[in-house]
Ligand binder design. Structure first.
Ligand code: VGL
Ligand code: ZN
Length: 211
């Protein structure tokens, strides 16, 4: 841990896991390009956390759990709209590991999400039903961290929802645009996600701004 995290910002690395990389189960186009950005920025921040998508093998966000459905379909689970995904980031599988080039020594704490079979968790802070916290909000609060910079995968899902939750928690929040890649399930999703974040009060910056 940094000597005095109170005075420092926190870098949040979102889901830099093998399954979101090219060749993975739920590949984000060019997702591997942000790994180097993460390693560089991690040296510049006093405190670094990472989120890790961490699903049971029968998670209900998996299309394989819904007869007759395919990835990309949208269903309703417990009243919440759910996009169905290929099986990904199954707990303890290699796909759930962080990309091998990520410098783990720079990560001060890891927060896992998506453990509950019945509810997905895009945000690094809360599940999609906002019923359970991952512990990240309390953790940052305990450390006296009031501002966060986010980067990672995917811009239009986990990064977006993490950034919106950060703002809603009263954290000063910036998105490192060139440290993110998105899925664009529907063309324009990434641009719309950035607009949504900007309107919510997320500052959009570039990695070079921190150097
Ligand atoms: C993510 C879809 C499903 C993400 C995680 O990390 O953006 N997307 N699970
Ligand atoms: Zn997931």
């Amino acid at each position: 841990m940094a000597e005095n995290p109170r005075s420092l910002d926190c870098l949040i690395l979102v889901d830099l896991q093998n399954d979101f990389m090219p060749g993975g189960a739920l590949p984000v186009p060019d997702g591997d390009e942000v790994v180097e950005v993460a390693n560089e920025l991690a040296t510049l921040f006093g405190y670094v956390v990472a989120s890790q998508d961490w699903h049971p093998a029968n998670h209900l966000s998996f299309a394989s759990q819904h007869a007759g459905h395919r990835p990309g379909d949208i269903v309703e689970i417990d009243g919440l709209e759910q996009v169905l995904w290929p099986d990904h980031c199954v707990q303890r599988s290699p796909g759930a590991d962080f990309h091998a080039s990520i410098d783990r020594r720079r990560i001060d704490a890891v927060f896992r999400k998506g453990l509950d079979r019945n509810v997905d968790s895009y945000s690094a802070f809360f599940d999609n039903a906002r019923r359970r916290s991952t512990g990240l909000a309390e953790h940052l609060h305990r450390l006296g961290i009031g501002s966060v910079a986010l980067m990672g995968l995917a811009t239009d899902y986990c990064v977006k929802f993490s950034a919106l939750d950060a703002v809603s928690l009263g954290l000063r929040t910036v998105l490192i645009a060139d440290g993110c890649r998105g899925i664009d399930l529907s063309a324009g999703d990434i641009d719309r996600a950035c607009q949504e974040m900007r309107s919510a009060g997320v500052g959009i910056v570039r990695a070079g701004d921190f150097k």
